[in-house]
Ligand binder design. Structure first.
Ligand code: X8Z
Ligand code: ZN
Length: 604
């Protein structure tokens, strides 16, 4: 008996001595671990970022090979780190240290299991899918080829239903070959998420919000119920106008909107069909920002400079010279790049921040430039923090900053920067419904889309959606949430989700839903802080020092505190709410309700 006891003790000691992880841990072990993480991020981070930058700016066989190799090594290193962070689970730690460890444990989107082969396979698929989207083209015949931008030119401006359908289906051809790769990627990612201690990818993705995943998801649904009546009224009015324009064959007077005639490849913004949807009062003078940009002959760089000026007016630091030298602003003619706009924080130590965007000279891209600069000024604002905290308070905050400023591109602001005369601005303000309609066709229209996208993805992750209903489930969700239907039968040979950047690119999408709601909460709070008394759509935070301080202070917190704290610092509230967006669009909602009288709204 005694001998057996001694044997057990010996084995235990041998094991515990040879396995560093199970020796008693102390706070100083945590400190050295966090220091190691900081150092690794400082040395490896910038090189990995450069590999990604090259692979998105020059999509070639070799650049994809390099990025896949980096992806594999970085992913294995991150999983090892997360595992090491988990060895401190039972230690009683100060709040700040615990937060850092939790962020290290949960900082994944598509984690690999700790296995060289699987991590390699995952990284290869990710780089392949990204390249398939970025260099995607479809040819109808030998000399009739289109990339995304060429297809978008048709979708954004044509009013010919046949031409629109051809462009809409043409772009979706690029999704087909992604299907099996996508499913395999999810399969490996699920293993990785489970290895990290999550129930799966859905649990991992929605556990990042400083509250239990279920509560977070309930909150996003609750807010959707609040704002849905506004969306429904808009969908009903737009359907009526499109019915009038295209007739019964294309748009029936009841039910859903066909996806190909909405002026956007994904139907996520209907701003390009504003002229169909809203008949302006012939005496009112509306402001057409696209025409102004073109008449003033602005270059792409000047468009970015104007957006930068907005941030500078709020007291932000100017962009470094390297931003202007290293960013990509114009689509290159001679190589494949990922044109989808993005903002990069390549090396915090040298303040190497950049955007990559194929800018078109129109209002939509002018707003997107503000969006991208929102990311860049966030990077600059939290540059002083340790690497684990260099992130948005949550991912929605990062998406909301530039959009928040874009809400302030009011007629009054355009006067201040010399784009329109005071008389013209006053005349435009005489027709608030025109102004609000233009905004709503983007700001309200995108809401159900930004919510449904991850509902689909989450279904794929949990296995509720399978290979057999991958495409039909996508359309079921689009119908349910957006009241949009595909213009033709889309069987399982198609993979329509793959035709949207964030699916092959693995970018979580709920962040945009959060941003689209929160930006109105921010806007309303800042306008109150400024003592602005008019309607919210006339309020501009441009050049307002009080608004500047509030925003800068919130951004400087990075991810160092639960997002509710950052949110409270700016808004005085701690929860997502639909009230501000509804306040903003109140006059439009009332107008829509009158217009819709006698129409049979809604869809099955
Ligand atoms: O992807 C983006 C940004 C880059 S973070 C251009 N957005 C979403 C999209 O294009 O679908 C901004 C709005 C929604
Ligand atoms: Zn963004």
């Amino acid at each position: 008996m005694n001998k057996l006891f001694i044997l057990v003790i010996t084995i235990f000691i041998t094991v515990s001595c040879s396995n560093n992880d199970s020796k008693v841990k102390t706070i100083s072990d945590v400190e050295s671990f966090l220091e190691k993480v900081e150092q690794e991020d400082k040395t490896l981070g910038p090189v990995a970022s450069s590999a990604y930058w090259i692979s998105s700016n020059f999509i070639t066989y070799d650049s994809q090979k390099i990025v896949a190799d980096f992806g594999k090594r970085y992913s294995l290193m991150s999983v090892q780190r997360a595992n090491e962070a988990a060895t401190f689970d039972n230690l009683d730690l100060p709040e700040d240290m615990r937060r850092k460890l939790d962020l290290i444990k949960g900082g994944f989107v598509m984690p690999a299991p700790l296995d060289e082969t699987l991590a390699g396979e995952l990284a290869n698929i990710e780089s392949e899918l990204g390249a398939m989207y970025g260099s995607g083209t479809h040819c109808f015949s030998e000399n009739d080829c289109y990339d995304l931008e060429a297809f978008e030119q048709i979708i954004d401006s044509s009013r010919n239903p046949d031409e629109l359908l051809k462009a809409w289906t043409g772009w979706r051809e690029i999704g087909k070959p992604m299907k099996d790769k996508y499913l395999r990627m999810v399969e490996i990612g699920e293993l990785g998420a489970k290895d990290l201690g999550y129930d799966g990818l859905t649990d991992l993705w929605f556990s990042k919000y400083d509250m239990p995943a279920e509560d977070f998801l309930d909150d996003t649904d609750r807010v959707w119920e609040e704002v849905k009546p506004l969306y429904d009224a808009l969908q009903c009015h737009v359907r009526d106008r499109l019915h009038e324009e295209y007739g019964d064959d294309i748009v029936p007077s009841e039910g859903m909107l066909p996806a190909h005639i909405l002026g956007n490849m994904w139907g996520q913004s209907w701003a390009n069909i504003y002229d169909i949807v809203f008949e302006e009062n012939p005496n009112a003078e509306s402001i057409d920002l696209t025409s102004i940009i073109q008449e003033r002959n602005l270059t792409e760089i000047e468009m970015v400079e104007i957006a930068e000026d907005f941030f500078l007016s709020l007291g932000f630091e100017p962009l470094p010279d390297t931003f202007w030298e290293r960013s990509l602003f114009v689509k290159p003619v001679d190589r494949n790049v990922v044109c989808h706009a993005s903002a990069w924080d390549l090396d915090p130590a040298t303040k190497d921040v950049r955007i990559k965007m194929c800018i078109e000279k129109n209002a939509e891209d002018f707003v997107t430039i503000h969006h991208e600069l929102g990311h860049i000024f966030y990077y600059q604002a939290y540059n002083h923090l340790p690497s684990v905290y260099r992130s948005g308070a949550n991912d929605g905050f990062h998406e909301a900053v530039g959009d928040l400023l874009a809400l302030s591109i009011t007629p009054d602001y355009l006067t201040q920067i010399g784009f329109v005369t005071e008389e013209k601005a006053e005349a435009a303000e005489q027709d608030p419904i025109a102004l609000l309609m233009k905004q709503a066709l983007d700001g309200v229209v995108s809401l159900p889309w930004t919510l449904m996208l991850d509902k689909w993805r989450s279904g794929v992750f949990t296995g509720e959606i399978t290979k057999d209903n991958l495409n039909s489930s996508w359309w079921e969700l689009r119908e349910k949430y957006q009241g949009i239907a595909s213009p033709m039968e889309r069987g399982e040979e198609y993979f329509d989700p793959g035709a949207k950047y964030h699916i092959p690119g693995n970018t979580p999408y709920t962040r945009y839903y959060l941003a689209k709601i929160m930006q109105y909460q921010f806007h309303e709070a800042l306008c109150n802080e400024m003592g602005f008394e008019g309607p919210l759509h006339e309020c501009s935070i441009y050049d307002n020092p009080a608004a500047g301080v509030k925003i800068r202070d919130m951004l400087a917190m990075g991810q160092s505190k639960p997002w509710q704290d950052a949110f409270e610092a700016l808004t005085g509230e701690r929860a997502l709410s639909g009230t501000s967006i509804l306040n903003y669009y109140k006059p439009l909602q009332e107008w829509l309700e009158k217009e819709n009288e006698g129409r049979s709204c809604g869809w099955e």
